[in-house]
Design a protein around this ligand. Structure first.
Ligand code: HEM
Length: 133
């Protein structure tokens, strides 16, 4: 049943309350019967009707139960054509590299402080006429 392929254009045609398709992680879901029942309200669903709702769906942090409901609405997969919008990235994927680079920056600051301390100590010792190390 879930083997049908839809283009972005096909999905975009289903953008009303009764006929509402959503794309989540490049799979196509028919939410027409679910819009009324959605615990988060129909407005948010209709905002992304006929579009890629991956980001909206993931940002809410839907429960496993919500994901099971989603699977029951599956009708097919998205076939991307050249020129179609790129897949929506999840927020987690973009946050990870930013964290790593800021940790690297913190470590570099410590390195500079330690090297500066050693240089200051050496300068002080030589100004006192003592032999270095
Ligand atoms: C077919 C797709 C969707 C399904 C099956 C679904 C299902 C659910 C379910 C079962 C809940 C109850 C809480 C939970 O179990 O996580 C929920 C809550 C919610 N949903 Fe969705 N949802 C879908 C799409 C969306 C979209 C596209 C949005 C857009 C922002 C959205 C926004 C919300 C919000 C804001 C809540 C929280 C409501 C509250 O706690 O008061 N949902 N959804």
């Amino acid at each position: 049943m879930a083997t049908k392929e839809y283009t972005y254009q096909d999905v975009a045609e289903h953008n009303t309350k009764k006929d509402c398709f959503l794309v989540v992680h490049d799979k196509v879901y028919d939410c027409g019967k679910f819009v009324d029942e959605h615990p988060g309200g129909e407005e948010v669903m209709l905002d992304v009707a006929g579009q890629d709702a991956t980001e909206a769906f993931e940002d809410v942090g839907h429960s496993d139960e919500a994901r099971e409901t989603l699977e029951q609405l599956l009708v097919g997969t998205l076939k991307r054509l050249p020129g179609d919008p790129a897949p929506k990235a999840t927020t987690q994927a973009t946050a990870a590299p930013a964290n790593t680079s800021s940790a690297g920056f913190g470590a570099a600051i410590y390195g500079v402080l330690i090297a500066g301390g050693i240089a200051a100590y050496a300068a002080y010792q030589s100004s006192q006429g003592k032999k270095l190390f």
